[in-house]
Design a protein around this ligand. Structure first.
Ligand code: GTP
Ligand code: SPV
Ligand code: MN
Length: 603
């Protein structure tokens, strides 16, 4: 195959990696439909992919991963900076040279018997100032087809790169070499102790080994667009955040742009596409997972979505909860770890209807019947809780016409949050930017299925929903937010904190989903100074239950949602203090000030 670039650095790197990993051949990817179809056909042939019913779900495929390879593995994810302090207390760290020695050992001959694909991609519109070019080398055809949807893969990227342009090298292998004649596994991967998701932020380099799944393997996403980009952004004066971006337009046509950070599986995709229940107000999606933000010439903060698709949580996605996500994967979609029904369509738990035909092939690739119980009498789930759809953003019926504008959209409102079944009220507003940064830095959530190995913790602090994605010291991260506030001054977005997830037993107290538009509208009204708010020790909150007007919502439920339980918050503050202490002298002074102010307000 001829080499479609003259970029010396790229050619030398591809040669170097090929010499180390010894693939059977090297395939330069061009992002074409022909390439996609060819790889899918090959994967159907080997049994890795299932072609779905063309009439029901055109041009779509399902995959089941190895049962051990179903989510990000945070315990095997590393930030390898020269000093441990620069990675900070929230990241795993290994000395970069030592880690490279270990990983070179693993990479040696690891692509034997497989092709190595070279994927030139752009995060952000190709050629835009804010875009970053990456090249992923991988031995996984599953990664190639997913990258087609999630990033911008094209020969145009090589043109922009030219002969001496810079790119971010992203090396990936499933870590499962094939001996001559050896039959491949359906989903090759390496055992957990050999998995490494490694980042070298000081040299903009990513090395991933042993996992074929999602954020571990599609290196443009969490690895480049969050971990490497957050470190690069800090050096260059911009920010990379785990945030959705949406446009909320009022009946008069005024547009508000909202960016919200919730931890994995805590509602970003859903909020990004919500169907507003507030008459005349509508939401358009700009991004559902990642925001890159930079101050513009007018002094406001502008955001772009660097991705081209959605890698969304399948379970819970229904016509009722998120019809726009379902529409986005109505064709040209990839599904991972869902149920494949008898008529070759897909199904997952809480899809809004029973599994057609009563069952199918489950995520473990076994025949499965809905309602089936395991030995302990628990219902066997057909789809893995972290099963995902890969869908093109352009197919989302409410995608914002400006979603690919390289200039981005000016952010009016930041929202932080997480899953808390108690204590944290539905919504509160920060008194100012600095308290807002405190809220973001002490955001907390109950663990979800999006990471494999969080252990048996009931609550974890997850600053800015970035714990697994910060490419540098978390204390410095907080300082970066304070600094951004100073730079933006009175043009800084207003900051809010939300929690859709309070429970009364098994019941969610707040209906959530579309009704969350009521909370967003309150935020916009606050920006305009149109509505009063009550000052509470934790921040400003809505007056009475005006938010629930026209809803059949019991007053006592509203009271529970809005209760500021001072005792519980005093306890939370002590926990936050203990958590923050681990950042030592990297903890910004302003964070301690905010902590003290909050304590004083709580009395
Ligand atoms: P990642 O892709 O992992 O970063 O997740 P995400 O933050 O985009 O989460 P997503 O929107 O996919 O939601 C995760 C789960 O939370 C799904 O099962 C949703 O159905 C559920 N969920 C989202 N919004 C709400 C809500 O307002 N109320 C309730 N009760 N559940 C919600
Ligand atoms: C997340 O876990 O936040 C995701 C899914 O968006 S993954 O790409 O697998 O990280
Ligand atoms: Mn995410």
């Amino acid at each position: 195959m001829s080499v479609p670039t003259k970029n010396k650095k790229l050619i030398a790197w591809v040669d170097e990696i090929a010499a180390m990993t010894t693939p059977e051949e090297i395939i330069w990817c061009d992002g074409s439909v022909e390439e996609y179809d060819r790889l899918m056909a090959q994967m159907v042939e080997t049994g890795m992919a299932i072609k779905l019913n063309e009439k029901k779900r055109p041009n779509s495929y399902a995959f089941n991963s190895d049962p051990s390879d179903v989510a990000r593995v945070e315990s095997r994810t590393y930030i390898a900076t020269k000093t441990k302090e620069d990675a900070g207390p929230t990241n795993n760290w290994i000395d970069p040279e030592e880690l490279k020695v270990t990983m070179r050992g693993l990479y040696k001959g690891c692509m034997k018997g497989r092709p190595m694909y070279v994927i030139p991609f752009s995060m952000g519109p190709i050629g835009s100032d804010i875009a970053q070019i990456g090249v992923e080398l991988t031995d996984s055809p599953y990664v190639v087809v997913n990258m087609h949807t999630m990033a911008r893969v094209s020969n145009k990227v090589l043109e922009v790169l030219g002969d001496d342009g810079e790119f971010i090298p992203c090396l990936h292998s499933v870590g499962s070499p094939l001996e001559p004649g050896q039959k491949d596994s359906r989903w090759p991967c390496a055992p957990v102790e050999k998995k490494y998701i490694a980042h070298f932020p000081e040299e903009n380099l990513i090395w991933s080994f042993g996992s074929g799944y999602g954020g571990n393997a599609l290196l443009g996403k969490k690895c480049l667009a969050l971990r490497i980009a957050s470190a690069k952004g800090r050096r260059e004066g911009w920010m990379a955040e785990h945030m959705l971006i949406l446009r909320f337009t009022n009946p008069e046509g005024k547009k508000y742009h909202i960016a919200a950070a919730f931890p994995s599986a805590c509602g970003k995709t859903n909020l990004a596409m919500l169907q507003s229940t507030v008459p005349g107000w509508k939401v358009e999606t700009i991004g559902d997972d990642i925001a890159w933000m930079k101050p513009g010439k007018d002094g406001r903060l502008y955001a772009i979505n660097p991705e081209a698709g959605f890698f969304g949580v399948a379970p819970g996605t229904s016509e009722q909860s998120n019809p726009m996500a379902l529409a986005s994967c109505s064709r040209d979609a990839i599904f991972t770890n869902v149920v494949v029904t008898e008529d070759k369509d897909v199904w997952w738990e809480d899809m809004g209807y029973d599994c057609p035909g009563g069952g199918g092939i489950d995520w473990k690739n076994n025949p499965w019947k809905q309602g089936q119980k395991d030995a302990d009498g628990n219902e066997v789930k057909g789809a893995h809780p972290n099963s995902r759809f890969t869908a093109k953003a352009e197919l989302c019926p409410v995608i914002c016409p400006d979603w690919e504008d390289p200039a981005g959209v000016p952010i009016d409102i930041f929202v932080f949050g997480g899953k808390r079944t108690s204590v944290m009220p539905l919504v509160h507003e920060a008194y100012d930017w600095e308290q807002g940064v405190y809220m973001g830095a002490t955001a907390s959530s109950e663990p979800t299925a999006a990471a494999l190995d969080l252990g048996n913790v009931s609550l974890r602090f997850d600053p800015f929903a970035m714990t697994p994605f910060m490419g540098y010291n978390g204390g410095d991260y907080m300082q970066n937010w304070f600094d951004m506030g100073e730079k933006l001054g009175d043009k800084a977005p207003k900051i809010f904190y939300v929690n859709w997830f309070q429970k009364d037993g098994k019941r969610f107290i707040w209906p959530g989903f579309g009704e969350n538009s009521r909370v967003l509208k309150w935020m916009c009204d606050r920006v305009e100074g149109k509505v009063e708010a009550i000052d509470t020790p934790i921040g400003r909150m809505p007056v009475d239950n005006g938010l629930t007007e026209g809803m059949d919502f019991p007053a006592e439920d509203w009271e529970r949602l809005m209760k500021v339980d001072k005792d519980a918050f005093r306890k939370t503050v002590l926990e936050a203090e203990e958590y923050l202490s681990k950042f030592g002298d990297r903890l910004p002074k302003k964070m301690t000030e905010q902590l003290e102010k909050l304590k004083a307000r709580l009395g």
